[in-house]
Design a protein around this ligand. Structure first.
Ligand code: ADP
Ligand code: GLC
Length: 474
């Protein structure tokens, strides 16, 4: 079965968040299970594309409205990622460094999708499944069925995975002419709230959609930035499949990015080596419990609550724990956190920026990982934390609810709370400090965490079963 995954991100080619981790791992595991899964993404001028070799497998031009675009499809020459990687390159539009946030982002992603469809259509490829990830490829299910150009592929089953239902990629009707040769009687399928809404169009036109956790599936019909009723209407097509993690990239036994490699047997000594390295780099005492945060500093992640909650906790427990943050995002959040660090420099350090190896060291060297998310479709950070024996402190929402059991409950290992609020965060900090004092209990829980299996093996099979169910029944 030949599957194309369409995505804006893919680790290690270009990563902004968890979407990249998923698209960089799922196809690899699917291939091991016997599929032919490939990834197609926009070309970015970054380290990976500069340091690897590519073959040009297709070259043509297409139209974006009246603008003629010359595009190439590049294939990574060695398949070293465990899947075929194809990049769509369009000079001046899809050959820049950043993944998001260009003013012409709408044009960038429409052009990406048209180039992909032109390529598979003209080169006579017949994939068994087209798997779209988030709104960046959300127009594909619509175009396949309602553009005259792609009639040959109209019966190709499409699967949409929603990693983040807050972002829809909506744009104005003035860009309708960018969509090639569509049947004008079907434009209602593109509409939501008076705009062309690629995520809504994908939910309407895909054969099936999945969310990255079962709980997030139910949450979408309650909170999805205006698409609630659509998810209610289309719910029969949806299912929740929890993300896995790439246990080769995230393996404390072999991780080249951490100084102290460890297995479940040397958990205490191993974590200590990493904690000392981390604390010495950030000027913190390794003898206090270390609570960390990694992630995008945005409202969804509860980043705006951190400074107030930490300030209150530092005052309540002076000198009794340390806090370390790695992240970037909203400037106001960044400023508040820097101010917090300046005031509580003995207990707190803040690294504003993106640093993949530092993230590994933080998962390995921290005792606790704080995630007070308001919205968390799956969340990978808590899974990485668990793999490195670090206790997640999570709000019960989305995938956090599906993957972390409170240590006070049967079989539990984490710290859970119900509200994204300063009060609940402070209470979880108090529980973490108390737990840390009971060394034997914490070590028992750490062993439980490290023994959990969140590898992709199971979830990759669930996707394959979903694909199988869409095979033509002749
Ligand atoms: P999201 O995709 O919503 O940001 P996830 O929990 O799914 O959240 O995935 C976040 C991924 O991005 C993880 O691999 C995490 O380690 C990584 N990450 C987030 N922020 C940073 C950062 N500032 N530096 C390094 N890695 C980061
Ligand atoms: C999104 C979500 C995150 C999820 C990731 C990968 O970025 O915010 O919760 O883990 O996608 O599916």
């Amino acid at each position: 079965m030949r599957v194309f995954h369409l995505s804006a991100e893919c680790y290690p080619v270009a990563k902004v968040g968890g979407l990249a981790d998923v698209v960089g791992a799922l196809p690899k595991y699917q291939n091991r299970a016997g599929l032919q899964a490939a990834v197609v993404m926009p070309f970015y001028n970054r380290k990976f594309t500069q340091e690897n070799t590519f073959d040009i497998v297709f070259r043509a031009s297409t139209l974006l409205g009246t603008r003629r675009l010359y595009f190439e499809i590049l294939k990574e020459s060695t398949d070293k990622l465990g899947f075929e990687l194809y990049l769509v390159k369009i000079p001046g539009l899809i050959d820049r460094e950043e993944v998001y946030q260009y003013p012409d982002e709408t044009d960038q992603f429409i052009a990406f999708q048209i180039a992909f469809l032109d390529w598979i259509s003209y080169s006579q490829q017949t994939p068994d499944i087209i798997h779209c990830h988030d709104h960046h490829s959300g127009l594909v299910p619509y175009l396949l069925q309602h553009s005259r150009l792609y009639t040959r592929l109209a019966n190709t089953p499409t699967v949409l995975t929603i990693h983040n239902g807050q972002y829809h990629g909506a744009f104005g009707w003035n860009k309708l002419s960018y969509l090639p040769e569509i049947d004008m009687s079907t434009t209602g399928l593109l509409d939501w709230g008076g705009s062309i809404n690629p995520l809504a169009a994908a939910v309407k036109c895909c054969w099936r959609y999945t969310t990255v956790s079962p709980t997030y599936l139910t949450e979408l019909s309650l909170q999805s930035n205006g698409l609630e009723y659509l998810f209610y209407l289309e719910g029969h097509k949806g299912s929740g499949i929890i993300n896995g993690i790439d246990t080769e990239v995230w393996n404390p036994k072999t991780d080249a990015m951490i100084p102290g490699k460890f297995t479940i047997k040397q958990i205490t000594a191993g974590k200590r080596v990493n904690k000392e390295a981390l604390c010495s780099r950030f000027g913190l005492s390794p003898d206090r419990p270390l609570i960390s945060f990694i992630g995008r500093l945005v409202f969804e992640k509860g980043a705006d609550l951190l400074a107030a909650a930490l300030e209150e906790s530092f005052n309540e427990h002076p000198g009794q724990f340390n806090f370390l943050l790695l992240g970037a995002g909203e400037k106001d959040n960044e400023r508040e956190l820097i101010e917090l660090r300046n005031f509580y420099s003995d207990q707190c350090n803040i690294f504003i920026g993106y640093d993949e190896s530092l993230a590994h060291l933080i998962y390995a060297g921290s005792d606790f990982l704080l995630m007070p998310s308001r919205v968390e479709p799956c969340g990978l950070n808590q899974l990485y934390a668990l793999r490195y024996g670090t206790c997640p402190m999570v709000r019960r929402t989305g995938g956090l609810k599906d993957t972390v059991i409170d240590f006070g409950d049967d079989g539990g290992y984490g710290i859970c709370y119900n509200n994204a609020s300063v009060e609940d965060i402070c209470h979880s900090v108090t529980r973490a400090i108390t737990l840390y004092k009971n060394t034997a209990h914490l070590e028992r829980l750490q062993k439980l965490m490290m023994a959990l299996d969140f590898s992709w093996d199971r979830s990759a099979k669930e996707y394959i079963n979903l694909y199988e169910s869409l095979k033509p029944t002749i």
